[in-house]
Design a protein around this ligand. Structure first.
Ligand code: DOR
Ligand code: ZN
Length: 347
């Protein structure tokens, strides 16, 4: 087995970097390695239009000056008040994607979209405006009124209806796919519907989260599912080019995670590429890592693939898991018991 792997510089098509102090703490973990990241808009206050996105992009660029290759690709959040005009203005400001959160589905989504009112939004030409500018519609596909394991598949008929109402809308991404049913649905719309896949949904199952002791750092939305669901996602990732990488690395202060009411989000950014290499090696799929993290997403988003490469090296020393003592600092996802990662990124 090779101990070294050079791949095209990867992109992360789903990333939370927050704002202010937290942004400064976390963004370097991604900016140092990645070419692009699609930045999620569920900040407080949210990113709702082109000028919000430009201001947020400037904050990120300011914090990542040491890594000039890093390009934050901006998204805005869709609300019931988003107009076609706002979409056009955002596109003119360079925004590439619009994020649809069903109301209450996850962190900071109270101002999201009522799925029952999608038709009304389509009639107001909100989705046609996205199509005009070839924007990508990114969907957090969970309906929170349903039982946790059914929340994702429940949304499928709503997406099917949207695809029929707005035939011009050519690119939809189902974010952080977590169930076999949704993976199968994505594969049934080649080229028009794609999915991002996170490292933690490839790594963890509900057994890891709940089976022994409750592990708050494994809690996210959508919740990690069964081994069968995970196997199915691995299968589609292997066999279908519309499944590409989006980390959904979602930092929260340790105090917010290790609490009576635990915030949803798994913080993987500091260990991202070593973790992916580790899992792909275990699945005997190291040769697919590059296409998954560096080719497919760029192709789907109509970006050139990154011009340079990064190198991963397998060493004899395992990765040391950092344990932050500062309670305001997010803690990276702990590995499963007895697991060790020997990959690291060469500088
Ligand atoms: O677990 C999650 N955390 N899922 C999301 O969809 C949002 C994210 C966050 O912003 O913390
Ligand atoms: Zn997310």
């Amino acid at each position: 087995m090779s101990n070294q792997l050079s791949i095209t510089r990867p992109d992360d098509w789903h990333l939370h970097v927050r704002q202010g102090e937290m942004l400064k703490q976390v963004v370097g973990n991604s900016a140092r390695y990645f070419g692009r990241a699609l930045i999620m808009p569920n900040t407080v206050p949210p990113i709702l239009n082109g000028s919000d996105a430009l201001e947020y992009q400037a904050e990120i660029l300011q914090a990542t000056q040491q890594w000039p290759q890093f390009q934050p690709v901006m998204s805005i959040k869709l609300t019931m008040n988003t107009t076609a005009q706002m979409i056009c203005e955002a596109a003119e400001a360079g925004v590439k994607a619009v994020k649809l959160y069903p109301t209450g589905a996850t962190t900071n989504s109270q101002d999201g979209v009522e799925l029952s009112r999608l038709k009304e939004m389509a009639e107001n030409l909100v989705f046609d405006a996205m199509a005009d500018y070839k924007m990508v519609l990114c969907i957090h596909a969970e309906q929170p009124s349903q039982s946790v394991f059914d929340r994702e598949p429940y949304v499928i008929p709503f997406i099917e209806a949207l695809l029929a109402w707005v035939p011009r809308l050519k690119r939809i991404v189902i974010e952080h796919v977590s169930t076999a049913k949704m993976a199968q649905f994505v594969a049934s719309w080649p080229g028009r519907v794609a999915a991002t896949v996170t490292a933690h949904h490839l790594y963890l199952t509900i057994e890891d989260l709940l089976g022994e002791e409750l592990k708050p750092h494994y809690f996210c939305k959508p919740i990690v599912k069964t081994q069968r669901d995970q196997d199915s996602i691995w299968w589609y990732l292997k066999n279908n080019s519309n499944f590409f990488f989006g980390s959904d690395s979602a930092p929260h202060a340790q105090d917010a995670k290790e609490a009576c009411s635990c915030s949803a989000g798994v913080y993987t950014a500091p260990m991202m590429l070593p973790l992916l290499a580790h899992m792909f090696e275990q699945h005997d799929m190291l040769d697919l890592l590059e296409t998954f993290v560096a080719h497919r997403g760029a192709d789907f988003y109509n970006f050139e693939r990154n011009p340079d490469t990064i190198t991963l090296v397998r060493s004899d020393e395992p990765m040391i898991e950092s344990e932050e003592s500062d309670r305001n600092t997010p803690r990276q996802m702990p590995l499963r018991k007895d697991d060790r990662i020997y990959w690291h990124v060469a500088d």
